[in-house]
Write a protein that binds this ligand. Structure first.
Ligand SMILES: NC(=O)c1ccc[n+]([C@@H]2O[C@H](COP(=O)([O-])OP(=O)(O)OC[C@H]3O[C@@H](n4cnc5c(N)ncnc54)[C@H](OP(=O)(O)O)[C@@H]3O)[C@@H](O)[C@H]2O)c1
Length: 340
């Protein structure tokens, strides 16, 4: 598989580190992605014979941009120009999430699908805004769009709902989909910290961004909920369909009262009876979904299997890169089926 990587931050670099040994095994299936181009905000590095991942990582570390590579560097080349220029089978799109207009990821994904590249992405923006249209574009062009890392990092939340529970009707889903807010609410409950202090702690530990509003206002959870709704429940929806309330108004007093009754205040994302909602809710401490710290958890209500819960780390560069490997392995398997 010839792969183009656009975006080279924590996830993109973890992906290249994972494949720098020459190949990776995904549940026993070896895949050998050949990275032919990598782009960041400074430009790109391109070699259609295949780049050396270790050299690309070293140039990024030393110079700040992959485009500084003395032989194959293309300073100023944009992701779109790169996609129009290069021959490959797969785009790995890992630029920052932007929920206003999905850019630059949305244009990258569209262009790649039009060029009949398969796309693997962990970027929620394009999907939260336009997943049904992108799936249609992929289908029209006979290629795959995969995004298992967009929800739950390396935890296979989407795969469990879509494939693991195959044969069931998914009647509803409830989950804790944002590690930052879950860490804050946990520290409020367990250490008695007010929200602003718990937030400062989360920022100091690198769990929250300098501008935490996207997490705190529930938008990150809402994006993930839209992806679950489309992919697992086959509800054609986008971000505008979600009723969203974040945790900014949750008080220490509310958290303490919940605690006294054996409950926790959690930011819960739910899709039940066609309604998509994100809001703080009381969750029993005995509910398997009631996880603490930065963990994520999702409970599917499946008929006839019953309630099935998956719990795991919701983020992290390497964790999320493992989801990219999983998606690439699936693309390879599907492609092999077509050839056979
Ligand atoms: N990190 C996680 O745990 C995690 C988990 C799940 C999903 N995600 C999602 O995965 C994506 C990547 O996350 P990340 O943590 O790797 O982000 P990140 O560390 O901020 O890296 C983003 C990368 O995109 C590059 N970039 C920005 N604008 C660009 C443009 N116009 N053209 C080409 N490259 C551009 C940046 O370039 P420079 O290096 O030059 O600044 C940087 O290399 C995001 O959408 C994020 O929401 C992340």
């Amino acid at each position: 598989l010839r792969v183009v990587v656009i975006g080279f931050g924590s996830v993109g670099q973890a992906f290249l580190r994972m494949i720098s040994e020459g190949g990776v095994s995904s549940s026993g299936l070896w895949i050998h992605p050949r990275v032919v181009a990598v782009a960041d905000s400074g430009g790109a590095v391109v070699d259609e014979k295949g780049l050396n991942p270790r050299e690309v990582l070293e140039v990024k570390r030393r110079e700040g941009s992959v485009a500084a590579d003395p032989v194959h560097g293309r300073p100023g080349l944009t992701g779109l120009e790169l996609l129009r220029d290069v021959e490959a089978e797969v785009l790995v799109e890992v630029t920052p999430t932007n929920i206003r207009d999905g850019e630059p990821g949305l244009s990258h994904v569209r262009e790649a699908l039009r060029r009949r590249f398969h796309v693997v992405t962990t970027n929620k923006g394009p999907l939260a805004l336009a997943l049904p249209a992108l799936m249609e574009l992929a289908e029209y062009n006979g290629v795959q769009l995969r995004f298992s890392g967009t929800v739950g990092g390396g935890t296979p939340i989407l795969d469990l709902g879509r494939e693991g529970l195959f044969g069931n009707r998914i009647e509803g889903v409830r989950g804790i989909l944002n590690g930052t807010t879950n860490y804050i609410l946990t520290r409020m409950a367990e250490a008695g910290l007010p929200l602003d202090e718990a937030l400062r702690e989360a920022q100091a530990l690198g769990y929250a961004e300098a501008d935490p509003s996207y997490d705190l206002e529930g938008l990150d959870s809402a994006c993930k909920l839209v992806i679950i709704a489309n992919w697992v429940m086959r509800m054609e929806s986008s971000l505008g369909d979600v009723k969203v309330e974040g945790i900014s108004d949750v008080t220490l007093d509310q958290v303490r009262r919940a605690e006294a009754e054996g409950m926790r205040v959690k930011l819960v994302a739910s899709a039940v009876e066609g309604r998509l909602e994100v809001k703080p809710e009381l969750v029993s401490r005995r509910d398997p979904m009631c996880v603490d710290g930065t963990l994520n958890a999702v409970t599917y209500r499946a008929e006839p299997a019953g309630e099935v819960t998956v719990i795991g780390r919701g983020a992290g560069g390497s964790e999320t890169a493992s989801a990219i490997i999983r998606d690439l392995a699936k693309i390879r398997m599907e492609a092999a089926k077509l050839i056979a």
